[in-house]
Design a protein around this ligand. Structure first.
Ligand code: C5P
Length: 221
C-alpha cells in the first residue's frame, strides 16, 4: 500500500483545520498545517524586527529560523528555534502580516521543502492543508479537496474562534483582504487544482464534510 497524500486547500474560515485533523485521525495518517508554518516564519520576522513589507529583507532572512511542525492530528503544535509558537502564531498581528511574507518566493521554496520532507517521513501517509498543496506542493496527491463557503459563513466561524474579540464585520473584511492577497500573488496563489473535488461547506456540518472526504480517500486507497 502506497503512502496516501490528502491535499486540502481553500480560503480561510472554510473549516480546513478541523476537517483535516479529523480526517487524519480517522484514517490513521499524519497531519500538516502549512498555514501554521507560514504563520511561524511570519512571527519570527516580526519578533526579529524584519520589515515584513520589504520582500528583499524577508527573502534574506527566510533561511534563518528553524521551524518544526508536529504531525499528530490530536496535538499538532509548532516550534520556532525550539520555542513553542502555537499560541503566538494566532495573533491578529501575525494574521495581518502573513500574506506579505508568504508571497515571497524564497519563503515558499523553504516551506515547500519542509512540506515534502514531512510526506517523505510519513509511512502511512499525511493530510496536508493549505492554499497551494494540490496545485504546487503535491501535484500527484492521492485525493485533492478544495473547501469553500460563503463569506458570511466564513466570517461567522472565524469570529467565533476569536471568541468575539473581533466583530463579524471586521473579521469578514480582514478575511476578504487576506484571500485577495493570497489569490492574487505571483508565486503559487490560492487556487483550486483542475482535478480537485470542490466541497462547499456553507450548509454542511463538520461531520458531513469529514465523512465525504474519508469516503473519497477510502475509494482511492
Ligand atoms: O491557513 P491559515 O489561515 O493559517 O494560513 C495563513 C496564511 O498562510 C494564509 O493566509 C496564506 O497567506 C499563507 N499560506 C500560504 N500557503 C499555504 C498555506 C498558507 O501562502 N499553503
Amino acid at each position: 500500500e502506497n503512502p496516501v497524500i490528502v491535499a486540502i486547500d481553500g480560503p480561510s474560515g472554510t473549516g480546513k483545520s478541523s476537517t483535516s485533523r479529523a480526517v487524519a485521525a480517522k484514517l490513521g495518517l499524519n497531519y500538516l498545517d502549512t498555514g501554521a508554518q507560514y504563520r511561524a516564519i511570519t512571527w519570527w520576522m516580526l519578533s526579529n524586527g524584519i520589515d515584513v513589507n520589504d520582500p528583499v529583507a524577508v527573502a534574506d532572512a527566510a533561511g534563518k529560523p528553524v521551524i518544526v511542525a508536529g504531525h499528530d492530528p490530536a496535538a499538532p503544535g509548532i516550534t520556532v528555534d525550539g520555542t513553542d509558537a502555537s499560541g503566538p502564531i494566532r495573533t491578529q498581528e501575525v494574521t495581518a502580516a502573513v500574506s506579505a511574507v508568504s508571497a515571497v518566493p524564497e519563503v515558499r521554496a523553504r516551506m515547500v521543502e519542509l512540506q515534502r520532507a514531512a510526506a517523505d517521513t510519513s509511512p502511512a501517509g499525511i493530510v496536508v492543508e493549505g492554499r497551494d498543496i494540490g496545485t504546487t506542493v503535491f501535484p500527484n496527491a492521492t485525493v485533492k479537496i478544495f473547501l469553500t463557503a460563503s463569506a458570511e459563513a466564513r466570517a461567522a466561524r472565524r469570529s467565533g474562534e476569536l471568541n468575539g474579540a473581533q466583530s463579524v464585520a471586521d473579521t469578514r473584511a480582514a478575511l476578504i483582504k487576506r484571500d485577495a492577497a493570497d489569490s492574487g500573488r505571483k508565486t503559487s496563489p490560492l487556487a483550486k487544482a483542475a482535478d480537485a473535488v470542490e466541497v462547499d461547506t456553507t450548509d454542511l456540518t463538520l461531520d458531513q464534510v469529514i465523512e465525504c472526504i474519508v469516503t473519497l480517500v477510502e475509494e482511492k486507497r
